[in-house]
Structure formats: structure tokens, C-alpha cells
Design a binder for this molecule. Structure first.
Ligand code: NAD
Length: 420
């Protein structure tokens, strides 16, 4: 596949799969199986607005591969969550679950709706209807959804409840539930925590100095961005800029993240936080900081702005925030990128822990969950580096090493099952 900025999101993710396939000289059958998806479901989701009118939106569930275990992946509510985007995210899940070695495959769901424009009862209707429409292909040992952009523990509860009306109460049908309904301690902050853990592994290699002297800029202040900011600040790092869809804020001496969280709880946005200057989302990406953490949408670092990125380290909290063209340009400049399938794998790791606890009907302590998460991600980081070192370290970027290791594991499972 030709490297270009015109790639669809799925082609961009597949580009790295194809690079891995090249390194491993995969067979044509393996290429055919893993460069496509197993199943794609598109459903209409009609719902009644509070004003009495009917409205129709589209939803998707894409199952990419289940060689290593049941399909697993979040559900996104966003106007851009079209089939191409959901396909890309589903395939990323296959590589992510393999890389952190949890016994799942990869899937993703999406509903093309702006959740912020819906009332709570409209959101509940959309969720229950979407659940009904996909219920024949999900299941606690088949395909297990989770939260993603625009969805949260409340949405997961509606999904579990709706599924349970026909199938009987099934806690393990979904992860990211509220703790009183079978959720795991530590799931809510797991992705943000994983971002900080993998950032620290990378910082240790770069030898940048003390946390208080290490500056961070974070785009997106939802579940992942806000928890990454909070945990990084608790560990002494200087978070100098954050943003959300409304705009960004900048404070070179560091933002007081706990006060910022209170401001966001009150106003719904980071904008207008006392003691900070406004900054545009695009400018935040180009700040002179040590670490840049894109934690909102995909494809925000492209051939157009990659030359102006000043960070030494990019930790991909969001999925595919850097286009392949920008990825190679940044690597040439010596910028270290912790790829999405490693950096944001904390969420699916604790989702797996939640599923394990649900299956055993037990609950682990919060510290226990955090400790297991840290160990798993630190190990995954080390394994990627070791793989890069042992294989083709001169012509394999860290991202390519992560993909190739993940592809190896999926191919091994598919071969053992007799598919390849
Ligand atoms: P969220 O809905 O909780 O938050 C998204 C944030 O991004 C919000 O602050 C929103 O205002 C901001 N945003 C949206 N559009 C924007 C734009 N155009 N410019 C700037 N900011 C914008 O979502 P989340 O769960 O935090 O997910 C964020 C990213 O992390 C996504 O790419 C998601 O796929 C990825 N991710 C999430 C999880 C998880 O467990 N939630 C796990 C792995 C990866």
C-alpha cells in the first residue's frame, strides 16, 4: 500500500498491519484474513425526540478478528463514527488486545450521533434500541462492548439492562459498568493511568529529568485526557496545557489540575479557567513541551503540522491521532511515539480484569487492580522494545515493532485453531 495522506482511517491502520506482514512474510491467506474484517453490521436506530418527532441515526458493530478470544471493543457516540472509522478502531482492538496479551479479539461499535445534543432520555432510547439491533451478535463469550468517546458507565448500564431483558441478567456482557453493578475499581481511570505508565516507561529511556521539570500538553479532557492529567499531576509532572472541543488553556508554570477538574464539573469545559491563557486546539499541539498527549480524535497530527510539533515524546492516548505520513516524518526527526495500541491499552486491560471478576463473581481491591495494570503495561512496553531489538531494530520503528509483535500473536492463535 502506498503511503499517502488520502488514506481512509482503516487504510491508515492497515498500513501498519501490512508493514508487519512484510516483516513476517505472512502468507496470502493470513493477509486476506487479517487485512479485512470478519463481520460488519449496520443498523438503523430510530428514536423519539423529547418534542415528539421521530429521528433516525445509524449504528455499527464491526468484528475484526477473534482468533485469540471473544471480540472486544468500545462503543463510540460521535457524528464522525462512520463505518470506516469503526472498522479502523475494530482492527486496532485486535492488535491492542494481542499486544497486552489479554485473551480477546478486536471489535468496535459506533452510533453516528452527537450525544451532547441529546437529553438523557433520548440517549437512553438510542442505547436501548442500538443494543436490541446488535444483540444477536454480542454476548459474554462472543463480543463484549465497553465505553469509548461519547459513552460512559451509564450507557453501559442501559446496554447491560436491555440485553438482560431477553437473555437474563448478564453482568459480563459489557465492561466499564458502574462499580455497584459489577464494574471494576480502577476501570474509569484505567486508560488515563495506562497513558501515564507508558509515558513514564518512555521518559525513563529519554532521561529527560525530574517530573517537575517535565512539561505536558494534553488535547482532550474527557475520560482519558482528564485522568491522564490528574494522575500525571499527582506524580509531579507539569501539565501546562489542556483542551476540549470548546478550546484550550495554557499556563507555562503548570495548571492546578484538581482546581481545573472542579471548574470543568461546574462549567462543562476547561475554557475560562482562572490563571490560564486561552490557546487554540491546533496551537496546543505545537507547543514547546516535552510530552504531547493527543487524547481526543484521530488524525490530528498530519503532514501539515508535523514539522511544527516540538515535543520530544508523543503518547497516543487517542486512537490513531498521527497519520502514517506524519509518523515517519516525526520518527526521522527523532521524536519518540508510544503507539496507541500500547499507550491507551489500559482501558481494555482493566476491562479484561472486570470480565474476569464478573465471571468469578468476586471483586478485587482498587490497589490490586492498579498494580496489575501497571505490571501488564510495563511488561508490554518492555516486550515491544525487546522485539524491536531482537528483530529488525534498524528498519523498524517502535510502532512497527508493536504491530509486528501483535500480528505474530494473532497469527499464532489463528494457526493453532487451524484457520491458517
Ligand atoms: P470522551 O468523550 O470522554 O472525551 C473526549 C474529549 O475530547 C472531550 O474533552 C471532548 O471535548 C474532546 N474533543 C472532542 N472533539 C474534539 C475536537 N474536535 N478537538 C478537541 N477536543 C475534542 O472520550 P474518551 O473516552 O476520553 O476518549 C478519547 C480518546 O481516547 C478517543 O480517541 C478514544 O478512542 C480513546 N480511547 C478511549 C478509551 C476509554 O477507555 N475511554 C480507551 C482507549 C482509547
Amino acid at each position: 500500500m502506498q503511503l499517502s495522506e488520502q488514506m481512509t482511517p482503516f487504510e491508515a491502520v492497515n498500513y501498519f498491519f501490512l508493514r508487519a506482514a512484510e516483516h513476517q512474510q505472512l502468507s496470502d491467506t493470513a493477509l486476506a484474513m487479517l487485512s479485512g474484517t470478519f463481520r460488519e453490521l449496520r443498523v438503523q436506530v430510530p428514536f423519539r425526540r423529547d418534542d415528539g418527532t421521530m429521528h433516525v441515526v445509524y449504528g455499527y458493530r464491526v468484528q475484526h478478528n477473534a482468533a485469540r478470544g471473544p471480540y472486544k471493543g468500545g462503543i463510540r457516540y460521535h457524528p464522525d463514527a462512520d463505518i470506516e472509522e469503526v472498522r479502523a478502531l475494530a482492527s486496532l482492538m485486535t492488535w491492542k488486545t494481542a499486544l497486552v496479551d489479554v485473551p480477546f479479539g478486536g471489535a468496535k461499535g459506533g452510533v453516528q450521533v452527537d450525544g451532547r445534543a441529546l437529553s438523557k432520555s433520548e440517549l437512553e432510547q438510542v442505547t436501548r434500541r442500538y443494543t436490541d439491533q446488535i444483540s444477536h451478535i454480542i454476548g459474554p463469550t462472543r463480543d463484549i462492548p465497553a465505553p469509548d468517546m461519547g459513552t460512559n458507565a451509564q450507557v453501559m448500564t442501559w446496554l447491560m439492562d436491555q440485553y438482560g431483558r431477553k437473555q437474563g441478567h448478564t453482568t459480563q456482557i459489557v465492561t466499564g459498568k458502574p462499580v455497584p453493578l459489577g464494574g471494576s475499581f480502577g476501570r474509569e481511570e484505567a486508560t488515563g493511568r495506562g497513558v501515564v505508565v507508558t509515558m513514564e516507561a518512555a521518559l525513563a529511556e529519554l532521561e529527560l529529568g525530574e517530573p517537575a521539570d517535565t512539561t505536558l500538553a494534553i488535547q482532550g479532557f474527557g475520560n482519558v485526557g482528564s485522568w491522564a492529567a490528574r494522575i500525571a499531576a499527582e506524580r509531579g509532572y507539569r501539565v501546562v496545557a489542556v483542551s476540549d472541543i470548546e478550546g484550550g488553556i495554557h499556563a507555562p508554570d503548570g495548571l492546578k489540575v484538581d482546581e481545573l477538574l472542579a471548574h470543568v464539573a461546574e462549567t462543562g469545559t476547561v475554557v475560562g479557567f482562572a490563571g490560564s491563557e486561552p490557546i487554540a486546539n491546533e496551537d496546543l499541539l505545537e507547543l514547546d513541551v516535552d510530552v504531547l498527549i493527543p487524547a481526543a480524535l484521530g488524525e490530528v497530527i498530519t503532514h501539515e503540522n508535523c514539522d511544527r510539533i516540538q515535543a520530544r515524546l508523543i503518547v497516543e492516548a487517542a486512537n490513531h491521532p498521527v497519520t502514517p505520513v506524519a509518523d515517519y516524518a516525526l520518527a526521522d526527526r527523532g521524536v519518540l511515539i508510544v503507539p496507541d495500541i500500547l499507550a491507551n491499552a489500559g482501558g481494555v486491560t482493566v476491562s479484561y480484569f472486570e470480565w474476569v471478576q464478573n465471571n468469578q463473581e468476586i471483586r478485587w481491591e482498587h490497589e490490586d487492580v492498579n498494580r496489575r495494570l501497571e505490571l501488564k503495561l510495563q511488561r508490554a512496553y518492555r516486550e515491544c522494545r525487546a522485539y524491536q531489538h531482537d528483530h529488525h531494530s534498524e528498519d523498524m520503528s517502535f510502532r512497527e515493532a508493536a504491530f509486528t509483535l501483535a500480528v505474530d500473536r494473532v497469527v499464532e492463535a489463528a494457526t493453532l485453531r487451524g484457520y491458517l
